[in-house]
Design a protein around this ligand. Structure first.
Ligand code: PXP
Length: 250
């Protein structure tokens, strides 16, 4: 059964717009968890453009569910993660000039770096997830690296402009999920998911968790944080309790 894990980076983005103290992402943790999120996801970027080290330190102390730390696979950030001890580290590609994470991690092309980071994190007791595109070569490389989980990048599915294209991308995600599970990986997904496109992804068999940030924070501006999280959590639950209703209708 798929669950929702809310990414709260954008609360920090708003705070950093004034370089002040509000809104504080730490204060969002209890609200988001009470409203239906199984944990908290934050991305500690190398440039610290939104989430700061202090945020992760405090969130680590107050979160009741799991803490998923999105991060680059560089030595400096891996050192920091080992100090911060999230429950899960999700390794993502990171470029300074990008607006948000663009595309999945190239585990095949950066095998040495990703596998070293994975080993160090796992040795420290942190579960490692790799944020990858839903393609067989990346899935196979993720297993060889020793990752315990993958998160499939859903951006191409979310950006599809026609129903036919969306269906094609959904099928790609379904096949990737089957392959990843068959080789023992836990499967998650995220990026670009919103209240309109989440149902078919949440209905994929074996999908464990959806990481969603932007659409929830956008809705929270109008209806409040707790209701925005609860609406999304209910959609995810609906899709998992009646998957046959949503599997073939993106
Ligand atoms: N998963 C990963 C690995 C991400 O980098 C992001 C964006 O920070 C998300 C999920 C959430 O994407 P969105 O904000 O579009 O819901």
């Amino acid at each position: 059964m798929a669950t929702l894990c809310v990414n709260i980076d954008h609360i920090a983005t708003l705070r950093q717009a004034r370089r002040g103290v509000e809104p504080d992402p730490v204060l969002a943790v209890g609200i988001v968890e009470d409203a239906g999120s199984t944990g908290i996801t934050v991305h500690l970027r190398e440039d610290r453009r939104h989430i700061q080290d202090r945020d992760v330190e405090l969130i680590r102390q107050v979160v009741r569910g799991h803490l998923n730390l999105e991060m680059a696979s560089t030595r400096e950030i891996v050192d920091r993660a080992i100090e911060l001890m999230p429950d899960i580290s999700t390794l993502v590609p990171e470029k300074r000039e990008e607006v948000t994470t663009e595309g999945g991690l190239d585990v095949v092309g950066q095998y040495q770096q990703v596998s070293e980071a994975t080993t160090r994190l796992k040795d420290a007791g942190i579960s490692v997830s790799l944020f990858i595109d839903p393609v067989p070569a990346q899935i196979e490389a993720a297993v060889r690296c020793g990752a315990t989980e993958v998160e499939f990048h859903t951006g191409t599915y979310c950006n599809a402009r026609t129903a036919i294209e969306r269906q094609k991308q959904l099928e790609t995600l379904i096949e990737a999920c089957e392959l990843a599970r068959s080789v023992g990986l836990i499967v998650n997904a995220g990026h670009g998911l919103n209240y309109h496109n989440v149902l078919p992804v949440a209905a994929i068999e074996g999908m464990r968790e959806l990481n969603i940030g932007h659409s929830i924070m956008s809705r929270a501006i109008f209806i409040g944080l707790a209701p925005a999280v609860t609406e999304m959590a209910r959609l995810v639950e609906l899709a998992t309790t009646a998957p046959e209703r949503f599997r073939s209708r993106p």
